[in-house]
Ligand binder design. Structure first.
Ligand SMILES: [Mg+2]
Length: 409
């Protein structure tokens, strides 16, 4: 059974242990049974408003023996993160509880030239708060959002969550935040701190988009509490749980597959891409040494809004190398995440669906655009440089496939 498969469980609260002030069916008994079995427990909530002690008290009132140190709120995690980054001052849009968590981690809460601008939000958040936050960010304060939830459910219907205010500040400041709460992996990583290095842990939540995705990004097995298994378009979607249970009592009857992390990051966005195998009249292929990765690569780029793919590749090759080309044929469409998810130094990951074309030269002399490439050159297709982007020799081989029908990889 699941309770025997893992040493530790990281439990979401709202929708798993309680809903509002009420414990969910079989939740209290199941959590206590895990405690008796010496499973290590951590309780994780994206709600940044309350102090950890307040949440521990709420659990104790329901009959669960929880300690402050077992609670990870997005508010405390934000404070802990800033203190790990050696930040000493922060301005706050949010609750008194969030301010106290920051102060207890040694962060002074001030509007006098703060290092960080922490946006969490509560029901008193105003237009003036958004303006104040945007100004601090524009003056150089690090923009940190406690959690991305746009809304959360109440008995009277959904109400705006901190994510709604974080996005308002983002729009006003023109800067993207660093976000702490789920589905970012940071809270899960903090929850594992203090447990043994080889601990077998699983995360349990009721939201595939935050709890399960965040668990998987942190390398943990993700168990969903829901009546039905969620549907996702792709079997590779990280929001797909390893097990779906209708209540925590199933931890003592069911078993689960453990999560195996795929060899790619979860992409922040999906983009249409183009690539060119440009061949000269002695059958050599055009490569450029990319400034960002210092590796040889085919000319590539992104399709812009309203731009046909043929125009996109013609434009990209001209921008990157100064060559005018003619598109001869489609070589293939490449979208497998193992080859086509790229992580950038900013921490963002992009999944490209790349249309690759065989092209001939119409005019111009190749010259590296200094923002994009360190060098440009033609290479024998059977003697490519060893430091070429790993998937591109396949694309070049596909360009020479005598059959000529497009590859789908
Ligand atoms: Mg929940």
């Amino acid at each position: 059974m699941v309770s025997e498969q893992f040493d530790a469980f990281l439990l979401d609260l709202d929708g798993v242990v309680y809903l509002g002030d009420e414990a969910l069916p079989e939740a209290v008994e199941s959590v206590n049974r895990l405690n008796e079995r010496d499973n290590k427990l951590r309780f994780l909530t994206n709600d940044p408003r309350f102090q950890r002690e307040t949440i521990a008290n709420r659990l104790r009132k329901l009959g669960i023996d929880a300690e402050k140190d077992e609670i990870i709120t997005s508010g405390w995690a934000t404070a802990h993160y800033l203190s790990q980054q050696d930040e000493t001052t922060a301005a706050v849009v949010g609750s008194a509880g969030l301010e106290i968590e920051l102060q207890e981690e040694g962060i002074e809460v001030t509007d006098d030239d703060p290092n960080a601008m922490v946006v969490g939000a509560d029901e008193k958040t105003s237009y003036q708060d958004i303006q104040r936050a945007a100004r601090h960010i524009q003056r150089g304060a690090t923009f940190v959002g406690t959690n991305p939830d746009g809304s959360f459910p109440t008995l009277d219907g959904p109400v705006p969550g901190a994510g709604a205010i974080v996005r308002a500040v983002e729009a006003a400041a023109g800067t993207e935040p660093m976000v702490v709460g789920k589905p970012e992996p940071l809270m899960f990583e903090m929850a594992l701190d203090g447990l043994a290095d080889d601990v077998q842990a699983a995360a349990i939540g009721d939201n595939p988009a935050t709890d399960i995705l965040g668990a998987h990004r942190a390398g943990l097995t993700g168990i969903l509490v829901a009546e039905d298994k969620p549907t996702t378009a792709s079997a590779r979607d990280l929001q797909q749980p390893d097990l779906t249970i209708s209540s925590l009592a199933h931890l003592f009857t069911d078993t689960t597959d453990t999560w195996e992390a795929p060899p790619y990051s979860w992409p922040d966005e999906l983009r249409p891409g183009v690539a060119a195998v440009v061949v000269n009249d002695v059958d050599e292929v055009l490569l450029l040494k990319r400034a960002d990765k210092e590796q040889w690569a085919l000319p590539t780029g992104t399709v812009e809004r309203c731009e046909p793919v043929g125009d996109a590749i013609t434009r990209e090759v001209d921008e990157e190398t100064g060559l005018q080309i003619a598109v001869e044929r489609l070589i293939g469409v490449y979208s497998h995440p193992e080859q086509q998810v790229f992580s950038y130094p900013s921490g963002k990951a992009v999944h490209f669906v790349t249309n690759c074309f065989r092209c001939s030269i119409e005019g111009g002399t190749p010259e590296a655009d200094e923002d994009e490439a360190l060098e440009v050159g033609f290479f024998d297709m059977n003697d490519l440089p060893s430091d070429i982007l790993p998937m591109q020799p396949q694309w070049i081989a596909d360009a020479n496939d005598a059959d000529g029908s497009p590859a789908i990889r």
